[in-house]
Design a protein around this ligand. Structure first.
Ligand SMILES: [Zn+2]
Length: 248
């Protein structure tokens, strides 16, 4: 998987490397890099090994495996980000994109935890694509551990409406690498990748949902400057609260 993504991604980024943990890290600056710096992330590992002689069966837009898991968790997320890297290469975006394809997510976010701090420096916001189903914008882990300010989640809802993509809603979800980026103080969301029944033999992928996630992300990057304003406002408020508390 790692060799595959390096092969696909290399033509569309400025730098690409594998860190000590085995994560793939890549970076690309677009047109002077004046817009936001966005981190895109999906994980390379699957919860179990794939059955070697399995086939991917397709029923309309629904894909499943002839045996064992399908592995769309999180290869659907990987595919969406690879597509986006190619799309952005040909777009008029100004800004910077960092991509992390992490390892060992399924056994406790092991790869993401080992990403060097300095790779994340200057990151304004993160977008993870590793949520089941369609239309979820996950903004917290179980409503207990927030991944972002509500305005960051609301920005994705607004873009979905403007792009005429129905059903996208901010919601709470489970644990994922999103948690690690949030712990670094980065505004983060985890978007639906289109798979269902993950971690079971009934795992399936709706490629139509993948397509819609891709369209949402294209819409987000189309509004790079607006996104930067949202992030700027959130951090200004944080700073004001901090100053106010200090004055008390
Ligand atoms: Zn996953």
């Amino acid at each position: 998987m790692r060799e595959f993504v390096i092969d696909k991604l290399t033509p569309f980024v400025d730098h690409i490397t594998v860190d000590r943990a085995g994560n793939v890290l890549a970076e690309k600056t677009y047109r002077g890099g004046h817009g936001p710096t966005i981190l895109l992330n999906a994980h390379l590992d699957t919860v179990y090994e794939l059955e070697e002689d399995r086939k991917i069966l397709k029923n309309g837009t629904i894909w499943f495996s002839s045996k064992g898991i399908l592995g769309a968790d999180d290869r659907a997320g990987v595919a969406i980000i690879l597509h986006l890297a190619e799309h952005l290469y040909h777009s008029s975006l100004s800004g910077k994109v960092k991509i992390i394809f992490s390892v060992e997510e399924e056994c406790g976010l092991v790869g993401a935890r080992q990403v060097d701090d300095y790779f994340l420096w200057g990151t304004d916001a993160a977008i993870v694509v590793d949520r089941r189903g369609n239309g979820d914008i996950v903004t917290s882990c179980g409503g207990i551990f927030p991944f972002c300010h509500q305005d960051y989640g609301a920005f994705f809802e607004k873009v979905a409406v403007e792009e005429r993509l129905s059903g996208w809603t901010a919601t709470m979800g489970g644990s994922s690498d999103t948690r690690i980026w949030a712990e670094h103080g980065i505004q983060s969301v985890n978007l639906s990748a289109g798979y269902k029944n993950e971690h079971t033999e009934e795992e399936l992928l709706d490629v139509k949902a993948c397509y819609h996630t891709t369209k949402l992300l294209e819409g987000v990057f189309k509004r790079g400057n607006e996104l930067k304003d949202v992030i700027r406002k959130i951090s200004r408020n944080h700073q004001e609260i901090r100053n106010y508390r200090r004055a008390l």
